[in-house]
Design a protein around this ligand. Structure first.
Ligand SMILES: *[C@@H]1O[C@H](CO)[C@@H](O)[C@H](O)[C@H]1NC(C)=O
Length: 308
């Protein structure tokens, strides 16, 4: 009995969930909140589903308006209906025919916070007045960033003289259509790879990977990565580079070789001198001896003379 009631309840719940799917509904999916850098741009991801199957772009009309005020449009397929302070600053990047209602806003002003909501109109060819559909309003809140975020600079491992070293510079942004440019200081740019990826809905990351071979002179130098955002704002990050010297014994080997060489030359020279003059020394010694003999003979003679 109880079990039956449960089954019926479950069936009703299931029906409640499933029925909208069967009935077919217009639904939009817009990112709820997004950072936007003042003076730069933002791209708001947006997509929608509808029960009509594939519809040509020509029959679809997209509108973005300020929340709760349908007549205050920040984007409208009819340019003349766009609010003055948004004229020329908004563009539908997505193709409505591909169910894509992605919006780009450029030259962001600090009062562009929204919320902004997407609405679509479907025109039926056989009727003059377009049949208008509105979604349960799907809106985005823009959080204004007065200053650009700083890039993050990292060194994958400590730099060693003469070996390839890798530095990465990463900056978050929300404008993939006009992404920030990353640049490095000084001429160490041997190889740069750029990676641009979406981290999560509407939030992107620009990364620059620098590979270079550090030299002795790079030790204690500063590496600066600068991010230039659309609109001209910049931010940068500095990293002090420490270059480990490779084990190099030349400062020991060269003086040692020089010392040993000098000693050898000196020894050869000494031997040569000794050999050359040995004979003369002997000769001198013998001469000396004869002189000594003569002298002693002389003295003996003198003494004998005295004794006479
Ligand atoms: C919608 O259009 C934008 C801009 O062209 C594009 O970057 C994005 O990938 C599209 N989204 C989908 C889901 O196709």
């Amino acid at each position: 009995m109880d079990k039956d009631r449960k089954m019926i309840m479950f069936g009703l719940l299931l029906a409640a969930f499933v029925s909208p799917v069967f009935a077919g509904e217009w639904k939009a999916s817009v990112v709820k909140s997004l950072d936007a850098l003042v003076s730069s741009c933002v791209v708001i991801p947006c997509s929608f589903t509808h029960p009509e199957g594939n519809l040509p772009t020509s029959r679809l009309r997209g509108i973005w308006h300020i929340s709760d005020q349908r007549d205050r449009c920040i984007y409208h397929y009819d340019d003349t209906l766009v609010l003055d302070n948004f004229k020329g600053r908004t563009k539908l990047l997505g193709h409505l025919g591909q169910s894509n209602c992605t919006l780009e806003i450029i030259e962001i002003k600090d009062h562009d916070s929204g919320p902004f909501c997407f609405r679509i109109e479907l025109t039926k060819t056989e009727t003059v007045a377009p049949e208008k559909f509105s979604f349960v309003e799907e809106c985005v809140d823009l959080k204004m960033l007065p200053d650009p975020p700083k890039p993050k600079l990292t060194q994958l491992k400590s730099a060693v003289q003469g070996l390839p070293s890798v530095l990465t510079c990463t900056v978050p942004h929300t404008c993939p259509s006009r992404a920030p440019k990353l640049t490095w200081n000084k001429g160490i740019a041997d190889g740069i790879i750029e990676v641009h990826r979406e981290i999560h809905a509407g939030n992107w990351e620009m990364q620059s990977i620098l590979t270079f071979i550090p030299e002795d002179k790079d030790d204690h130098s500063e590496v600066i990565c600068t991010s230039t955002f659309n609109g001209g704002r910049t931010s940068s990050e500095t990293l002090k580079l420490y270059v480990k010297r490779t084990e190099n014994y030349s400062y020991v080997i060269i003086p040692t070789v020089a010392a040993i060489g000098t000693a050898l030359i000196f020894a050869v020279f000494i031997i040569f001198i000794v050999k050359k003059y040995k004979s003369r020394i002997v000769e001198l010694q013998s001469q000396e001896g004869s002189m000594w003999n003569r002298l002693s003979r002389l003295s003996r003679r003198v003494r004998t003379d005295d004794g006479k």
